[in-house]
Design a protein around this ligand. Structure first.
Ligand SMILES: [Zn+2]
Length: 480
């Protein structure tokens, strides 16, 4: 409950950090995963130097490949150390390195790897490395790419929108691909290709952007697409990169003809966050990102939320609000939702809501923060920044895999707690009630309350994130 302005600037940094964390943790690429074969293809990305933000792009490419379900991926940031034995277990090397030459031993190992029948994918960044400093004859032999003799870092076309013109529709990378894939990018250009290269796609200006060749028994796929993280989010890049990687690694393509960034499953739980009436950190909403089993989560305040019958639209409601009162229409719609056997998760200050509606706090949630002393019963108390040692109260699907954990959070003490709740978590902190999460007494819907959840410390904690996620799944009937 406590909120002070002086913490704001510091918290903003934490929020940004939390959001950055989320962007690195997408869920699975459902469409691609559905097409995956049983054994993942083993991939090594050569990284560690370049003119681009290679730490960010290689992390992105790695996750993209893992999400497809088709690849197992490692990244080498010191590619000059590769040897034949180090490469032996891989099916594909992705060259995204734009630094000094690797040295003759590493270069030889890469040549022999491809020659023996394995795959090589050369990224837009590595294509640029040909412009002078890194080129060696057999690399040209593998990729069929050459640059003008005086080239340095040529080939950065201006950013523009264009459609891929595909050629060789029978080639596995292109076969079945959607027509006219549109993208926004700065493709490499101005390089020359030997006639042995097979061009699979060009820009609308007929500049080659996807091309393949053979080297010994191996396959080489080169892409001039993917200037930066923005360009790498385009379906045209993702689809051709993943299909090109699969072909170079295996000679076959089983991945879908259109692949985008990860999306929640179409049959994921439909969740609505109800807020309003209480300040909180924006980092709270990071709790709902990156899961394949829940859909994109809308947010609305309680007054708007219950102006209509929301039973057909949502499976689980998350209450992170402090609602003083609802009108009769709002109460009816909330009651109808609860009585229809849906899911309810109440977090932290959500326990303050509906002070004048005993049905809600006695029969549904099973708890209330007492704002006022009543008769001989004192009001509840709050204390900011207390240390908790949290322990599961017993075995329950929500706490499975969650051991004791340590967080700093606000504590509530002296709540009204129904004798009919089933404890999920205890704390050792004496400024808090002993039970800090429970199953509510509701007989029609599944209800969970978690007292923890004031700020970013909890929102980033893996145990808290798992608790909230599991609570959504359990109350929504997807975890038993
Ligand atoms: Zn709070």
């Amino acid at each position: 409950m406590k909120s002070t302005i002086e913490r704001c600037a510091k918290l903003l940094l934490f929020i940004l950090a939390a959001l950055a964390f989320e962007t690195r943790c997408p869920g699975g690429v459902e469409a691609a995963a559905a097409a995956s074969n049983s054994i993942p293809l083993k991939v090594l990305i050569l990284s560690g130097a370049g003119t681009h933000d290679w730490r960010a792009t290689d992390s992105f490419l790695r996750q993209l490949m893992l999400d497809s379900g088709r690849f197992d991926v490692r990244v080498s940031e010191v590619p000059s150390g590769i040897t034949a034995s180090a490469l032996a277990s891989f099916d594909l090397v992705i060259d995204d390195y734009n630094g000094p030459r690797l040295g003759s031993a590493a270069e030889k190992a890469l040549e022999e790897f491809v020659k023996s029948g394995k795959g090589l994918l050369v990224t837009r960044e590595a294509l640029g490395s040909f412009a002078g400093k890194r080129v060696w004859p057999e690399f040209v032999g593998m990729t069929k790419v050459s640059w003008p003799a005086n080239a340095t870092e040529l080939g950065d076309a201006p950013f523009r929108l264009f459609e891929l013109k595909t050629l060789h529709p029978e080639h596995p990378v292109i076969r079945g691909l959607k027509d006219k894939l549109r993208t926004g990018d700065q493709p490499r250009h101005e390089f020359a290709l030997q006639t042995k290269a097979v061009i699979l796609a060009t820009t609308d200006n007929n500049e080659p952007i996807l091309f393949v060749s053979n080297y010994g028994k191996g396959r080489v796929f080169c892409t001039a697409l993917g200037h930066d993280l923005g360009a790498m989010q385009e379906k045209a890049f993702i689809t051709t990169f993943l299909r090109g990687a699969e072909w170079a690694a295996s000679g076959k393509v089983t991945l879908p003809n259109e692949i985008g960034l990860p999306e929640p499953s179409t049959n994921g739980l439909r969740v609505l966050v109800v807020n309003g009436g209480h300040d909180h950190e924006a980092s709270f909403y990071s709790l709902f990102d990156g899961y394949n089993d829940i859909g994109w989560v809308p947010v609305t305040d309680s007054k708007l939320a219950f102006q209509e019958d929301i039973r057909p639209k949502y499976d689980v409601l998350i209450f992170y609000d402090f609602t003083r009162d609802l009108d009769e229409k709002g109460k009816k719609n909330l009651r109808d939702f609860v009585e229809s056997g849906k899911g309810i998760v109440v977090l932290h200050h959500g326990i303050l809501s509906q002070q004048k509606w005993p049905w809600w706090y006695e029969d549904v949630v099973g708890g209330l923060y007492r704002l006022e002393r009543k008769g001989g019963i004192p009001n509840s108390t709050v204390k900011y920044g207390e240390e908790h040692l949290i322990t599961p109260a017993g075995n329950h699907p929500i706490t499975t895999g969650i051991g004791p954990f340590h967080v700093s959070d606000e504590t509530y003490k002296g709540l009204y707690i129904s004798p009919n709740v089933k404890p999920l978590l205890y704390t050792d902190n004496a400024t808090s009630d002993h039970t800090v999460a429970w199953i509510g007494p509701c007989t029609t819907s599944r209800v969970v309350f978690i007292q923890l959840g004031h700020g970013h410390t909890e929102f980033r904690h893996p145990s808290y994130r798992a608790l909230v996620h599991n609570s959504i799944l359990w109350t929504g009937g997807k975890l038993n």
